[in-house]
Design a binder for this molecule. Structure first.
Ligand SMILES: CC(C)(COP(=O)(O)OP(=O)(O)OC[C@H]1O[C@@H](n2cnc3c(N)ncnc32)[C@H](O)[C@@H]1OP(=O)(O)O)[C@@H](O)C(=O)NCCC(=O)NCCS
Length: 185
């Protein structure tokens, strides 16, 4: 298990499927999380299992737990490019009571530390739709920079919206976030 200041990350287990069912069939979560999907996604437990719980060759997904080990969301990476040592991150805090309280930023930091310092990734990126100002702010706090705008690439509640691409390089991150050795060393 990986540990941050407010969150823990652990691999998914099949017992986690019901909570994913709740999060990914929740209109409010989907509105912010992935404007590429219709509201609501109406995924069955079988579809959730196939989509999120089948091991991926080019990425991984983890469960985010709070200080009391309660599941509050999911974070992961996909689209690994081995020669470039890059990947695309994603995150959903599925329990909206935990938004705006630093949990998403902390969980992302845990994953970023892991990917930069343990797996030696060189570049991490993220994308969001232009109305998701909370996500934009959280990613900026970690040092992600806006790298591009995908004009009208998303469709949100009846209108086309721009997608925003953000990127973070290992060296930039290292300047502000030196690695912490695991406790006990
Ligand atoms: C996006 C997400 C991961 C961010 O995690 P979080 O724990 O809520 O983020 P944080 O609390 O660390 O930071 C959010 C920041 O945005 C700010 N913020 C919130 N709403 C805002 C708005 N409308 N405009 C500008 N800033 C806003 C908060 O004040 C906070 O900044 P601060 O720490 O300087 O006060 C989380 O909210 C989430 O999962 N949301 C739903 C799904 C989603 O949007 N996923 C991302 C898809 S790209």
């Amino acid at each position: 298990m990986l540990q941050g200041k407010k969150t823990f990350l652990r691999p998914l287990e099949l017992d986690d499927i019901p909570i994913f069912y709740q999060w990914y069939n929740n209109q409010n979560i989907n509105y912010w999380a992935n404007a590429a999907w219709p509201l609501s996604t109406m995924l069955s437990e079988e579809e959730i299992e196939e989509r999120f719980f089948t091991p991926q060759k080019d990425g991984s997904r983890y469960l985010i737990l709070n200080e009391e080990q309660k599941p509050i969301g999911t974070v992961g990476y996909r689209d690994v490019n081995l020669p470039a040592r890059s990947a695309v991150l994603f995150i959903v805090i599925g329990e909206s009571d935990y938004w705006n309280r630093g949990y998403g930023t902390d969980a992302l930091k845990v994953l970023i530390d892991y990917l930069f310092y343990q797996w030696n990734f060189h570049r991490l990126s993220l994308d969001l739709w232009d109305g998701n100002l909370r996500a934009l702010k959280a990613y900026e706090k970690l040092g992600f920079k806006v790298e591009g705008r995908l004009r009208q690439a998303r469709f949100v509640l009846g209108e086309y919206r721009d997608g925003i691409l953000m990127g973070l390089l290992r060296d930039e991150y290292l300047e502000h976030h030196p690695p912490h050795p695991p406790q006990g060393i």
